[in-house]
Design a protein around this ligand. Structure first.
Ligand code: DX5
Ligand code: ZN
Length: 226
């Protein structure tokens, strides 16, 4: 037994001009969640989408929208994103040291699932208080590339963080994001990740549904072994 596998295609690799049909296609191919990368051009050197796009997409799907906030001031996004129909709200620990308690409480009060993400250079200990506090986050996202862009190379050295988290929190949702695909999934799944974000490997595949089912079976098989 383990925590449920969640396969989350990153819509950053989709055709933004056809977001609704791209989302529908991924769900038909077996995606559990749709990963939405929200960037502000400050926290990361790229600008993507925000609440208006989430709101537009929400009109076309009931899917779980797994929002990854690569922004300097996540607190400002809680209200607009909840109104827009976001499901998960994952903020970065690097910008939330001072106000994570208020942030988590506001996210939960809006009915969204709070998660915390950390960049490759951030030590895993930094998220412990957020998982162990009175008002804990419900997911930890371990970045396996520097946030900002799709199509980068997976950093296997991040698996130490995943292993440490899985040993400490057997039932926590642990997400990995960046460079995941058929050649890296076994490394991540055997370290204990259960929520898998994949952009270029899914959207760039000739058979995306085969990639999604391979990602899922790798997570499920790793759990049977442990
Ligand atoms: C990067 C984003 C990722 C990205 C992953 O900052 O957080 O979600 O879309 O893309 P791939 O799977 O192509 O590395
Ligand atoms: Zn992401």
């Amino acid at each position: 037994m383990g925590v449920a596998a969640k396969i989350a295609p990153s819509m950053l690799s989709s055709d933004f001009a056809n977001l609704a049909s791209e989302a529908e296609r991924m769900l038909k191919f077996g995606a559990d969640w749709l990963h939405m990368d929200i960037m502000d051009g400050h926290f990361v050197p790229n600008l993507t989408l925000g609440a208006p796009v989430i709101q537009s997409l929400r009109k076309h799907t009931e899917a779980y929208l797994d929002c990854h906030l690569m922004v300097t001031n996540p607190l400002d996004y809680v209200e607009p994103l909840s109104k827009a129909g976001a499901s998960g709200f994952t903020f970065h620990v690097e910008v939330s040291k001072e106000n994570w308690q208020e942030l988590v409480q506001r996210i939960k009060s809006k009915g969204m699932k709070p998660g915390v993400a950390l960049k490759p250079g951030t030590p895993i200990e930094d998220v412990y208080p957020l998982v162990e506090g009175e008002n804990p986050v419900e997911m930890v996202l371990v970045m396996t590339v520097e946030p900002g862009f799709g199509g980068q190379k997976f950093m296997p050295e991040m698996m130490e963080k995943v292993r440490t988290l899985r040993e400490r929190y057997p039932s926590l949702d642990i997400e990995v994001d960046g460079g995941l695909g058929p050649s890296t999934i076994n490394t991540a799944a055997s370290a204990g990740a259960n929520c898998i974000v994949a952009g270029s490997s899914v959207f760039g595949a000739s058979d995306p549904s085969a990639v999604i089912s391979l990602l899922r079976s790798s997570v499920e098989e790793s759990q049977h072994k442990s």
